[in-house]
Write a protein that binds this ligand. Structure first.
Ligand code: NAP
Ligand code: MG
Length: 483
C-alpha cells in the first residue's frame, strides 16, 4: 500500500514545504506509517501567516450567518467521511475505534453549534447619559489567530478552537501536534471541500520549536490558542504577552476523585475505571488520584481491582480492545520512568506497572493499567501529571481531609465527588479549586455547549467552548451614535 503524503494548506492550495518531511507512525504497530508530513520551515510559516492576514478583510465582511454556512457544510463533509477519519484517528493516535468515532461525532456537533452562533447576539445596548445618543457594544474579530494543538484529541480540540475563531470573523494558522498531523490534514480537507474561501484557514505541520514558536513570535498573529503541556504553554505565554497579543492556554491536570463513605461504590468504581483508563489515561481531565474515606477503602479497592482484570489492552482497531497503546515512545518512556519513581518513593503497586511487549504487543507502545496505594501527598504521583494509565489510591479519615488533599496540587482542571449527601456535594462544589466540577460522575467529561477550562496552573484562566469562546476570539467595541 502506498503511503499518502500530506502537504501544507496555504492560501487555498496544498503545497510542499521547502524543508524535509516526517513520518507519522501507528503507536499500536510502529512499522506502519500512517502518512508523511511536511517538516516545515519559518519561510513556509511566514507565507501561511501572510495568507491568513490578507484574508481577514474579506472574511470578516461576511455576515455571521454566511460564515456559519461554511461551518455547517464542513460538518456535512465530516459526517460523510466519518468512518475514514475515525479509522485514521485510531491508527495515528491509538485510541479505540469507538473512542475515535465518538470524537468525530463531537467535532460534527461543535461545527453545527458554532455555525448557529452566527445568528446569536454580538453586543448589547446600554443606556447613555445623553438622551439623544445610543450607546452600544459590538464584538469584533481579533484578526488572525494561531492555533496550536496536542495529539490526544487530534480532531475535536482543533475544531473547538477553529470553529469559534471562524464564526466570529477571524482567519486561522493551524499547527497540529506532529504525532497526529495526518488526522489534522483530513480536517483541513473537509474545510476545503466545504469551499471555505482561500486563506481563511492555513495549515502547516512542523516542529513545535520552529513552527509553534514561530507562531508565538510573529507579529502577524493577533492571538494564540494553545492546548498542551505546561512547559510549552508557559513559554508561549511569555513570548505572546511580550508583544502584547492575546493568548489562551489549556494545560495539564492531576485530577482527584473523592469517594465518601455513603457513596454508591459500584457506580464510583465504574466511573473511576473509565476516568483513569479510557483513552489510556491520556485525557487532560483523566482521573489521577482517588481519595477514599477509610471505612469504604477496602471495598472500593477490591471492586477496582476486579474491574481492571477485565480491561482488554490492544490495537484500537480490534473490536474487543477497551484500552489502546500510549501515543508515542516519549510518553511510554515517561510513564515507565514515573512508575519506577513512585515505587522508589514508597508507593505500593496493586496491579500493572509494566509495558506490554510480548507477541502482538511487540511493535506498539502498550502499558498495563496501573493502580498504586500507600501514596502520600509529597510523592510525585500526587503532585505531577502522569499522562497515562496510572492512578493512585489515597486513604483519608474525613471529608475535610479529602478536600484538602484534593486541592493540594498546582493543577485545577477537573475533580469529582461520589456521595449521596447533598450538603457535602454543595460544600465540595464550593471548596474544590477546579474549573470542571463533577458530582457522582467521572472526572473526565466535557460538553461542547458549556465553558471548559482549568484553575491554577491548568489554564490561563480563560475558558473555551460554548458561549465562552467569544471572549477570546473577539474584542469589544463600545459605540456611541448621535443622530
Ligand atoms: P506539548 O508537547 O505541549 O505539545 C502541544 C503542541 O505544542 C504541539 O502542537 C507541539 O508541537 C507544540 N509545541 C511544542 N513545543 C512548542 C514550542 N516551543 N512552542 C510552541 N509550540 C510548541 O503537549 P502534547 O505532548 O502534545 O500533549 C500532552 C499535554 O497536553 C498534556 O500535558 C496534557 O495534560 C495536555 N492537554 C491539556 C488539555 C486541556 O484542555 N487542558 C487537553 C489535552 C491535552 P509538536 O507536536 O510538533 O511537538
Ligand atoms: Mg509533544
Amino acid at each position: 500500500m502506498t503511503v499518502e503524503t500530506k502537504l501544507n494548506f496555504i492560501n487555498g492550495e496544498w503545497k510542499a514545504s521547502s524543508g524535509k518531511t516526517k513520518e507519522s507512525i501507528n503507536p499500536a504497530n510502529t512499522e506502519e506509517v500512517v502518512g508523511i508530513l511536511q517538516n516545515s520551515t519559518k519561510e513556509d510559516l511566514n507565507i501561511a501567516i501572510d495568507a491568513a492576514k490578507n484574508s481577514v478583510k474579506e472574511w470578516r465582511k461576511l455576515s455571521g450567518i454566511q460564515r456559519g454556512e461554511y461551518l455547517s457544510k464542513t460538518a456535512e463533509v465530516l459526517e460523510q467521511r466519518k468512518e475514514e477519519i475515525a479509522t485514521t484517528i485510531t491508527k495515528e493516535m491509538g485510541k479505540t475505534l469507538g473512542e475515535a468515532k465518538g470524537e468525530v461525532g463531537r467535532a460534527i456537533a461543535i461545527l453545527k453549534y458554532y455555525s448557529n452562533e452566527g445568528t446569536q447576539k454580538v453586543g448589547e445596548v446600554i443606556p447613555s447619559s445623553d438622551a439623544d445618543a445610543m450607546l452600544l457594544t459590538s464584538r469584533t474579530p481579533i484578526g488572525t489567530v494561531g492555533i496550536i494543538t496536542p495529539w490526544n484529541f487530534p480532531l475535536a480540540i482543533p475544531v473547538w478552537k477553529i470553529a469559534p475563531a471562524l464564526i466570529y470573523g477571524n482567519t486561522v494558522v493551524f499547527k497540529p501536534a506532529t504525532e497526529t498531523g495526518v488526522t489534522a490534514a483530513l480536517l483541513v480537507e473537509c474545510f476545503e471541500e466545504a469551499r471555505l474561501p482561500a486563506g481563511v484557514i492555513n495549515f502547516i505541520t512542523g516542529s513545535g520549536s520552529v513552527i509553534g514558536q514561530g507562531i508565538a513570535e510573529n507579529s502577524g498573529i493577533n492571538g494564540v490558542s494553545f492546548t498542551g503541556s505546561n512547559n510549552v504553554g508557559m513559554k508561549i505565554a511569555e513570548v505572546v504577552s511580550s508583544r502584547n497579543a492575546k493568548y489562551q492556554l489549556e494545560m495539564g491536570g492531576n485530577n482527584p476523585v473523592i469517594v465518601l463513605e455513603d457513596a454508591d461504590l459500584d457506580l464510583a468504581a465504574e466511573q473511576i475505571i473509565n476516568g483513569a483508563f479510557l483513552m489510556t489515561g491520556q485525557k487532560c481531565t483523566a482521573t489521577s488520584r482517588v481519595i477514599i474515606e477509610n471505612k469504604v477503602y477496602d471495598k472500593l479497592k477490591e471492586k477496582l481491582l476486579n474491574k481492571v482484570d477485565n480491561i482488554k489492552v490492544g490495537n484500537g482497531l480490534n473490536s474487543d480492545t477497551w484500552m489502546g497503546p500510549l501515543n508515542n515512545e516519549i510518553e511510554l518512556n515517561s510513564v515507565i520512568t514515573n512508575v519506577k519513581k513512585v515505587i522508589k518513593e514508597g508507593g505500593k503497586l496493586l496491579c500493572g506497572g509494566n509495558p506490554i511487549s510480548n507477541g502482538d504487543y511487540e511493535k506498539g507502545f502498550f502499558f498495563e493499567p496501573t493502580i498504586f496505594e500507600n501514596i502520600s501527598e509529597d510523592m510525585t504521583i500526587a503532585k505531577e501529571e502522569i499522562f497515562g494509565p496510572v492512578v493512585a489510591l489515597m486513604k483519608v479519615n474525613s471529608y475535610e481531609e479529602a478536600v484538602d488533599l484534593a486541592n493540594n496540587t498546582k493543577y485545577g482542571l477537573s475533580a469529582s465527588v461520589f456521595t449521596k449527601d447533598i450538603t457535602k456535594m454543595m460544600t465540595f462544589i464550593d471548596e474544590i479549586d477546579v474549573g470542571v466540577v463533577r458530582v457522582n460522575s467521572e472526572s473526565a467529561g466535557v460538553e461542547f455547549q458549556a465553558p471548559f477550562g482549568g484553575m491554577k496552573d491548568s489554564s490561563s484562566h480563560s475558558r473555551e467552548q460554548g458561549k465562552a469562546a467569544i471572549e477570546f476570539y473577539t474584542s469589544i467595541k463600545t459605540i456611541l451614535i448621535k443622530g
